[in-house]
Design a protein around this ligand. Structure first.
Ligand code: HAM
Length: 428
């Protein structure tokens, strides 16, 4: 029978000893998740866990019809009740939907939430790009204040520092308010119209849908044309300018270095004002490991109160690969405390009970599942495989005297100890 393959763009996370790439190990995921939970709670963010699928409309109305995600990347299907559902491509819309459903703002006008989990986008799989990938995201909702923008950026920055990724850079820009942005979009479109046929196919499509997105085209010919294009700085209204200046001042106060990037626009429709990306310099270019920004109107447009939001998300695969290659993420490889081996059927039950008791006492104990004395050698090599510190061997004679052979796997020294004192010996 032919072997069933995993779906394209997916991968497995398995224990370290079963996997070649460290970043795909359970140990690596547990280590990074611990840091993410710790940093988030230091910043006062609370964890939420949401459905992996939502009503398709949710993403049309938030992520936006002109985004690549909604245009061509969603996993959308009809369920048996003929409802259109979509596997979540990002976490922001679901977070806001859940907060509105829970009437969270009636309780507190400031909400700070973070999530960690799989997202789904139908993209061409390549290095760092998957169809099922994971995001860590943080969202801060409340009044329109610049300190929220600076605060979420500080959280992202602290996570990078905690992973030893101090070569990461922060790129930042403002998209201003809707009126300024519309005016700028218009001017940019007028400018690019003259070069329509020289633009890449994707950019020609974007010229109609959302000309701003052409700014982050990766095509060299598009970038060449854009050198002469108008930039947003000249169209920003005063309030947005002051707001952005405040964000930058706060970042300076927190000693967070940033690079102003007037062409940074990001690919989701809901952003206004501050937008930013965390990038890692790799092989002469920059890989975006996370990004985010302010969404001024999104909450209200979804039926929530007139409050604003700001947040970001890291791609966990990129963060983890970066942390293992360039950072200092250490992986714990648990060692077993003791493997119990019985030499004979009568001692096996005693060994089983003893194993359970040692576990109750907080030790990591394993049981060799055979009682045939001829298999002792195999038992010892199993102890090496599971990296056991000790092996305790119980034979018929020892059982009568209430003693057990304890062998230290490092020194290979063996001594006879009282079964009752086994725990104390191992612990010490
Ligand atoms: P995004 O830029 O679409 O923003 O995604 C954030 C990060 O997810 C990216 O920087 C990248 O690291 C990772 N990512 C995206 N697509 C893939 C993929 N196919 N494979 C692997 N990694 C991927 C958002 O999703 C917004 N919700 C962020 C946000 C939160 N803005 C405000 N709040």
């Amino acid at each position: 029978m032919s072997r069933i393959q995993s779906p394209k763009g997916t991968y497995d996370i398995l224990p370290l000893n079963l996997i070649e790439n460290k970043w795909q190990s359970t140990q690596a995921w547990q280590a990074i998740e611990e840091i993410l939970h710790k940093c988030s709670s230091q910043w006062g963010f609370q964890n939420l866990r949401l459905p992996l699928f939502e009503s398709t409309d949710l993403f049309h109305k938030s992520t936006g019809d002109s985004s690549d995600i909604v245009q061509k990347e969603m996993y959308t299907f009809k369920d048996k009740g003929n409802r259109s559902l979509t596997l979540r491509p990002e976490g922001t819309p679901g977070t806001l939907r859940a907060l509105i459903d829970a009437q969270a703002f009636a309780h507190n006008q400031i909400q700070k939430l973070y999530y960690l989990g799989p997202m789904f986008r139908y993209e061409r799989p390549q290095q760092g790009r998957y169809r099922q990938f994971h995001q860590f995201g943080a969202e801060m909702l409340g009044p329109r204040v610049a300190c929220f923008d600076a605060d979420v950026i500080c959280l992202g920055w602290q996570i990078l520092q905690a992973l030893g990724l101090n070569q990461c850079i922060l790129k930042i820009n403002t998209l201003a308010n809707e009126i300024s942005r519309k005016l700028y979009k218009q001017k940019l479109k007028e400018f690019l119209e003259d070069y329509r046929l020289q633009l890449s196919e994707d950019s020609q499509r974007r010229l109609e849908l959302n000309p701003l997105r052409i700014l982050d085209s990766k095509e060299a010919s598009d970038q060449e044309l854009l050198k002469k294009a108008p930039t947003i700085e000249h169209f920003i209204d005063n309030e947005s300018k002051e707001f952005f200046a405040k964000v930058l001042t706060l970042l300076q106060g927190a000693a967070i270095p940033y690079h102003l990037e007037p062409k940074l626009v990001r690919g989701l429709d809901y952003y206004c004002d501050t937008v930013f990306e965390f990038q890692l310099p790799v092989h002469g270019s920059h890989a975006t490991i996370g990004g985010g920004g302010r969404y001024g109107q999104l909450l209200a447009s979804m039926g929530g109160p007139a409050l604003e939001g700001v947040g970001f998300a890291f791609g966990m695969e990129r963060l983890l690969q970066g942390a293992l290659t360039y950072g200092n993420l250490a992986l714990a490889n648990p060692t077993c405390d003791v493997l119990l081996i019985s030499l004979g059927a009568t001692c096996f039950e005693r060994c089983f009970t003893l194993t359970q008791n040692l576990r109750k006492d907080g030790l990591y104990a394993e049981l060799w599942p055979f009682d045939d004395p001829k298999k002792l050698k195999n038992g010892l090599s199993y102890a090496d495989k599971i990296r056991s510190r000790f092996v305790a061997i119980l034979g018929e004679d020892e059982l009568i005297t209430g003693k057990i052979q304890l062998r230290c796997m490092d020194s290979r020294k063996q001594s006879l100890v009282l079964i009752d004192q086994l725990k104390t010996f191992i612990k010490n």
